[in-house]
Ligand binder design. Structure first.
Ligand SMILES: Nc1ncnc2c1ncn2[C@@H]1O[C@H](COP(=O)(O)OP(=O)(O)O)[C@@H](O)[C@H]1O
Ligand SMILES: [Mg+2]
Length: 467
């Protein structure tokens, strides 16, 4: 066992070396964040593939017409439209693979993230650097082929990954083999008759075939959907990138930068494009004269405005703002936030607002999701999250916000979060549960009880303070 582990470590080291040569930035990031890379043997995923998880019932009959119908159309869910859910991210997983063959390793940048954003809502995604926020945003605008999970926009599936389904087929085959060996042993030992053996074996085979048939159809559908995404629909989703300096090409004029998206979408009428560019510039508080200038002639705040104009020119309905103010001076942060707020009202936008600290999203967002290392740990409305912060990681983020009152600021203690110390998930595994209406938290059974007590205490404390 120990020998094996050593071997594993050696392999990991050699793989890290090749990564350093091939993708130095990723390597550095992994080193700095002390990232857990694991070998991609896939076997550690088996717990996700229990019989209960396979979404096909044993006796469900699969008619070929039904499969044909699935294949013809892209997946669409009316319930999202009915419930005014503009974007739904379901069990999103985004892994990055590096190395080859036996040295293949995976980095779980996003590991099981689910959330829904309603029309007109501003949804905050908060977590420390490297926890997978940008990757989530980039997956939504289809910059990556997602590994697993699905993304729906206005009811249409705009992205899906098939890794889960492929693994489900693999484990179904493994389980069938196991079952058949078990049955064969029982037959040999005389525990069951030949007749019983035949019956059980056939039913096991049929069950496995049904699962495999459904999963194969789903994979086909996923491939179909991924290649048939409506570009007009995707145009409605725009992203403002994290870094206003790096995200603008220094050799392009403001006009070319902003109109690039229009060109890609096939709008080649120069006069019309110019008009749209000027309109977008005006919306973000800049003037027509700037169109012939280059990005380096502008300040950070102005560059971020250009980045916003580039998104607005496409007439978006859904805007992903990836830490739009992190790189800016404190004095202009409020300007950009106010601008986004005005645009949201004016254009009826829904927003996904990504930030690395809670103070930014507190007043701006309707609901906030807290992410830690690729996983969502808490989700609630802004008011509720600040009223009942429960997860130790959320508490640690809250403790990082400076207080405006110098007397209380002096006593502020920064809480550090260490998952090994805070949780014991060795036996009782955590689930994402709704602890109060609309307030979700990643916790196991023991923690749920503890958090419920905490809610009571916080309520008592708040009512005492009111008096
Ligand atoms: N294209 C990529 N290839 C490999 N690893 C990546 C890639 N993009 C991001 N990562 C890794 O995924 C993790 C999450 O990154 P990111 O989503 O940018 O975090 P955040 O935006 O929360 O700071 C990081 O460890 C990063 O190194
Ligand atoms: Mg980021």
């Amino acid at each position: 066992m120990l020998e094996n582990e050593n071997l594993h470590d050696e392999k990991l080291e050699s793989s890290k070396k090749s990564l350093l040569a091939e993708q130095p930035e990723v390597y550095q990031d992994i080193q700095e964040n002390n990232f857990n890379i694991s070998k991609d043997d896939g076997d550690n995923d088996e717990h996700e593939h229990s019989i209960e998880n396979a979404d096909v019932k044993v006796n469900e009959e699969i008619h070929d017409e039904k499969l044909e119908e699935i294949k013809r159309k892209c997946k669409f869910k009316q319930e999202y439209v009915d419930n005014k859910v503009i974007l739904s991210v379901n069990h999103l997983k985004q892994y990055f693979f590096f190395g080859k063959g036996a040295n293949k390793y995976k980095l779980k940048a996003v590991h099981d993230v689910s959330f829904q954003i309603h029309e007109g809502e501003c949804f905050g995604l908060v977590g420390e650097s490297g926890c997978g926020k940008t990757t989530t945003g980039r997956s939504i605008i289809r910059l990556y082929n997602i590994t697993s999970g699905s993304i729906y926009y206005k009811g249409y599936r705009i992205g899906a990954g098939s890794r889960w389904n492929e693994k489900e087929i693999k484990y179904t085959k493994i389980r069938l083999k196991r079952k058949l060996t078990e049955l064969a042993t029982s037959l040999k030992e005389g525990k069951i008759s030949q007749e019983e053996y035949d019956k059980e074996a056939n039913s096991a085979k049929e069950h496995a075939n049904n699962i495999i048939k459904v999963q194969k159809a789903k994979i086909k559908q996923i491939k179909h959907d991924n290649t048939h995404v409506d570009p007009k629909l995707m145009q409605e989703i725009q992203m403002i990138f994290q870094d206003p300096i790096d995200s603008l090409d220094p050799r392009m004029t403001v006009e070319t930068i902003i109109s690039e998206g229009l060109q890609i979408q096939g709008h080649h009428n120069r006069a019309e494009n110019h008009k749209k560019v000027v309109e977008a510039l005006e919306k973000v508080g800049l003037i027509e004269d700037y169109t012939n200038r280059y990005p380096h002639e502008f300040s950070g705040g102005q560059r971020q405005r250009i980045g916003i104009a580039r998104a607005l020119v496409m007439n978006p309905k859904f805007l992903i703002c990836d830490e739009p103010i992190s790189a800016l001076d404190v004095s202009i942060r409020a300007q950009i936030i106010n601008l986004l707020n005005d645009l949201k009202e004016e254009m009826g936008l829904s927003l996904l607002f990504i930030a690395h600290d809670l103070s930014v999203v507190k007043y701006f967002c309707d609901r906030i999701a807290v992410m830690y290392f690729g996983e969502m740990v808490e989700l609630a409305t802004s008011d509720e999250l600040f009223k009942h912060p429960l997860h130790p990681y959320t508490k640690s983020l809250l403790s990082a916000i400076p207080k405006p009152n110098p007397l209380t600021e002096k006593d502020r203690i920064r809480i550090t979060y260490n998952p090994q110390e805070s949780h014991d998930y060795s036996v009782d595994k955590p689930k994402f549960v709704e602890i109060l209406p609309g307030h979700w938290i990643l916790a196991n059974n023991a923690e749920i009880e503890k958090y419920k007590e905490e809610i009571k205490e916080l309520d008592i404390k708040a009512s005492q303070e009111e008096k």
